[in-house]
Design a binder for this molecule. Sequence first.
Ligand code: PLP
Length: 438
Amino acid sequence: MTDLISRDKEFIWHPFTQHKTECEPIALSHAKDASLFDVDGNEIIDLISSWWTITHGHSHPAINDAMMAQANKMSHVMFSGFTHEPAVQIAESLSHHLGGNLSKVFFSDNGSTSVEVALKVAYQYWQNKGEAQRTNFIAFDGAYHGDTFGAMAVGKGSGFFTSFDELLCQVHTVPYGETWLGDNEVQSREDTAITALQKTIDQHGNTIAAIIMEPLFQGAGGMKFCRPEFVKRVVETARAAGILVIFDEIATGFGRTGSLFAHQQCDVKPDMICLSKGLTAGTLPLSVTVIDAHIFDAFLGDDFSKALAHGHSFTGNPLACSIANRSLALFEEEQTLERIKAIEASHQEFAQELLSHSKVKHVRVCGSLLAFDIDESDAAAEGTYKSETSLKLRDFFLAEGLNIRPLGPVVYLMPPYSITKDQLKQGYEGLLKGLELV
Ligand SMILES: Cc1ncc(COP(=O)(O)O)c(C=O)c1O
C-alpha cells in the first residue's frame, strides 16, 4: 500500500481534491459486484456506485466478455466517414427505448461533453433556423451538469464554479420544485418555481435557446428530488414559449429512479437527452446526446456551414459501444428493474426509521437512491461539498468499510443493483453510526 501511495503522491493530481488537507487515497487491487478491495485485501462496499456509474456491479462477467470479444475485432476507429455494428446497434436500441422522435444519436466520451453537445446543438439550431437571438439558457438552482465551460454555465446553480463566473455564458437560473417524504408544502413550492420560470420566460423568452433539467432528482447539487408533475409543468411551460427542452439523465438514467429513464415517469419527452455513467454499466467512458429528428434536420444544407462542427478522437468507440449494448441487454436478462424495486423497498423501510431521527431531515427515496439532510449540524451551516463534517463523515464511513461521500449536509446511498441485502444493511447501520458523530 505505502509504495503505491507515495508514487501516487509524487505524480498524480486527483479530481475534486484539495491535496493539502485531504487524506491519502486508498490503493485498490480489484472490485467485484458491489465491493472494492484494497491492496491489503480489505473490502469496501461501494454504496455510491463509484460516482453513480456502476449499474450491474463491478467486473460483471458478461460485460467483460463483451469487451474482450470486441477488443479482438476492433478496439477503435475514427467515427467520421466510418461506422460499425456496436455504434449503430446502441443508437437503434436507445432510440427504441426513448421513443418519439428521439432518433439521432451523437456520441461523446463523458457526461459533461454530452451536455456541451446539447447546448451547442440548441444554440446552432436557432442560428440555422434564422432566430440567432436565441443565445441564452435556463437552468435550475442546485443543478450540476458537468465541468466543461457550457456545462459549468448551466450548472452554476450548484455553487461549484464561482472561480469561473466571469467566463460563463448567459444562463438564467430558476428554483427547482424540490420535495421529500412527508412534505405538505410541495404544491406551493412547485407553484413558486413555475411562476419564477414563467417570469423569466416573459422577460427573456425570445432570447432563450433551451432549458436544461435533471428530471426527478438533481445529483451533485444535493440529491434534491422533485415530483413527476413538476417536470411535466416545466416542459409544458417551456414548450409554450418555443424553448427547446434538454433532459440531463446522466445521473438519473439507466434505472436509478426505478424506470430505465426518469422522464418515463413524467409523461413528457425532451427534445434532447444526455446519457452517460450507467450507459456502459460504469465500465468505460462513453456518452450520448440523443436528439429529436426535427432538430437534426435543421443542420442539413448544401455546404458545411449548417453542420455541427463538433467531434472527438474517441467518438463512438467500439469497445464502449459494445459494452453499452451488453449492459442494456442485461437489464432484461437479469430483470434489473425488479432488483431496483427490491432496493427501493428496503430504502423505504429504512427511511421510516430515519424519519424519526433527531439529526435527520428531508428524507427521500427514489428507486435505488436514498438521501437525507443532516439537521442541526455544522455541515448544514457549512453547506458545501467539502465541508469539514462531510469530510469527517466520509473518512469515518471508509474506516467502516463503506464508500459513502456526503455532499455537504446531504448524505445518500446509490448502490450498484447487484448489492446484497446484507450489504445494504451494513450501509444503513453505518449511516446510523455516522450520525452519532455529528
Ligand atoms: C447530472 C449530471 N450531469 C453531468 C455530469 C457530468 O458527467 P461527467 O463527470 O461524466 O463529465 C454529472 C456528473 O456527475 C451529473 O451528475
